[in-house]
Structure formats: structure tokens, C-alpha cells
Design a protein around this ligand. Structure first.
Ligand SMILES: [Fe+2]
Length: 291
């Protein structure tokens, strides 16, 4: 199921989004000494490492080159014992689905208790304004279900689960060590800052906008300025950039304005993702880039 869904996305989304400046994945490499990432077409998987423990954030597509690219980062799949899932879409859970290569079959998977209802069949994932039902995801990994605001530790790593519904009903953002915020598909970065994520993929764009407002308020009230890391459009260390247009939604039907000189023409072309660069070039943050 998932392998097919991944293949379908590769063909279909490559065709409809080509030249629209929608996806801006990071290439495989490092953001800093704690965070690294892998590119799978248009999506990113992240790794957070502290005191010898590495956890994974999201599980990407059902993607044949994952083990190879983990090798570029010197991470052995066997060492991944914990995977935080932001939401259960095909491009975020592929490597834990039952028909994947099962690189992480012994890892514990963390997911929101509401998001888990898609996995049990209590909810169905719908896109295109409720018109299209996505296939159900199957995984046999042990699951830990998270509530909004829940704080837990893996080794010395502190993790806070923040419910940010809209893209999916149970989407969780993960605040790690109060320093990194992994936002999955809640924020979309344009050349002029962040917007609510892509319109046609949301369960509710209105709920998504409300959630972003709450998220920004919460961070500012607590005086937190984490690195904000997205699933498809890179990262920033500026709250002002990340939430610049949080009351607007990325409209994926049109070519994006302003023009983004660093956006991919076709995000499914991975020729820019190489081992040499992964080992030698740090991944740049997003800043206003259209002047
Ligand atoms: Fe996604």
C-alpha cells in the first residue's frame, strides 16, 4: 500500500507541482551539531543527537535509498530506537509501514493520540477539501500515544508534544530541549516568510490558521526562540520569519509569489543531493530572499 502510495506521489506530485515553487526540501546534511536530515524527493526526515543518543523525527516516504543516505550521515538504522511522528501521511511514516524495508521494526513510535485514530480506522484522512480519501496506513511498531502538552524524556533529551491540528486532526509539533521545534506540515516557508501549510492538503485550513496563532503565542509568552524546522521547506531561527503570514494559507494552485530563487523546479529531481555535499556543507537557514 505505502510503497504504491509513495510511487504514486513521486509521479503525480512531480507533475502537478513542477515549476510552482511549492517544495523546498533540504538536501541531506547537517543543520548544526545536534540536527541532521535526509532528503527523500520533496520530504525531509530529521535526526536529533545528544550524548550519544540519536532519535528520528518522522519516517519519510517508503523510500529505497534511506539506508544509503543514513550512511552519508554515519547513522546506523539499528541505533534508532525512538521515532517521533508529526502526522501519519505517506511522506512522514513510509519507513515504518508494514511493506517498507523495516529498517526500524524494533523502534518505539510516538504519535498523537488523536492522530492515532487514523491508524485504527476511527478517522479517515481526507485531502482536496474533503473530496479525496487517502489509503489507510499500516504499521506494526510499538506505539506511544501523546497528549497535547505532554513532556517526556528519552535519555537526556527533553521532548514536549504540542498539538497543532489543521493539516491533520492530530498533528503534533515536537519541541526538543526547548531549542528545536519540529513542525512537520504545519508551516510552509515562502521567500517572504511562513504561511499556514498547503491549502489542498489540509483537513481544515481555518483550524490550521488558528493553531499557528496559538503556537506563536505560546512560544512568545514562554520567551522561546527555537530553531523552527519544517518537513518540506527548510528551517529558520527567526520567529518573525516563521510566522510572518500565519493568517494566510499557501495556495498550491498557483506559482508562488514572490519568486523564490532557491526553490526547486522539480523537487523529485534529487541530483543536487550528494554524499560529498552532505559531508561537507552545512544546511543554510531560510531568510527573506526575494530582494
Ligand atoms: Fe508532508
Amino acid at each position: 500500500m505505502s510503497r504504491q502510495a509513495s510511487k504514486f506521489q513521486e509521479k503525480f506530485m512531480s507533475y502537478i507541482y513542477r515549476g510552482k515553487e511549492i517544495f523546498k526540501p533540504l538536501n541531506t546534511g547537517r543543520i548544526d551539531e545536534h540536527v541532521s536530515c535526509i532528503r527523500e524527493f520533496i520530504a525531509n526526515i530529521f535526526f536529533y543527537t545528544k550524548n550519544g543518543v540519536t532519535i528520528m523525527i518522522d519516517a519519510g516516504y517508503n523510500y529505497e535509498r534511506l539506508k544509503e543516505k543514513m550512511g552519508w550521515l554515519d547513522i546506523d538504522p539499528k541505533d534508532i530506537k525512538h521515532i517521533l511522528i508529526t502526522h501519519q501521511d505517506t511522506d512522514h511514516v513510509g519507513a515504518i509501514e508494514t511493506d517498507s524495508d523495516l529498517l526500524f521494526k524494533d523502534a518505539k513510535v510516538y504519535i498523537g493520540e488523536i492522530e492515532n485514530k487514523y491508524l485504527t480506522g476511527e478517522k479517515r484522512r481526507k485531502v482536496c477539501y474533503g473530496l479525496y480519501k487517502l489509503p489507510m496506513v499500516k504499521t506494526d511498531n510499538e506505539r506511544v500515544l501523546l497528549k497535547d502538552g505532554e513532556v517526556f524524556h528519552i535519555g537526556d533529551i527533553k521532548i514536549e508534544a504540542i498539538l497543532v491540528p489543521g493539516h491533520t486532526w492530530g498533528h503534533i509539533d515536537y519541541l526538543i530541549d526547548d531549542t528545536y521545534l519540529f513542525t512537520g506540515d504545519t508551516i510552509w516557508f515562502g521567500a517572504d516568510g511562513g504561511y499556514s501549510f498547503i491549502n489542498m492538503l489540509a483537513e481544515s485550513n481555518d483550524v490550521a490558521i488558528k493553531s499557528l496563532e496559538n503556537l506563536e503565542k505560546q512560544l512568545r509568552k514562554r520567551n522561546l526562540t527555537p530553531k523552527i524546522i519544517t518537513g518540506h521547506t527548510g528551517w529558520t531561527d527567526s520567529l518573525d520569519f516563521a510566522f510572518a503570514h500565519r493568517d494566510k494559507v499557501c495556495n498550491s494552485w498557483h506559482k508562488q509569489k514572490p519568486h523564490d530563487p532557491v526553490a526547486e523546479y522539480d523537487g523529485y529531481d534529487e541530483s543536487a543531493d550528494t554524499e560529498e555535499k552532505a559531508r561537507s556543507v552545512m544546511l543554510e537557514k531560510k531568510v527573506i530572499s526575494f530582494q
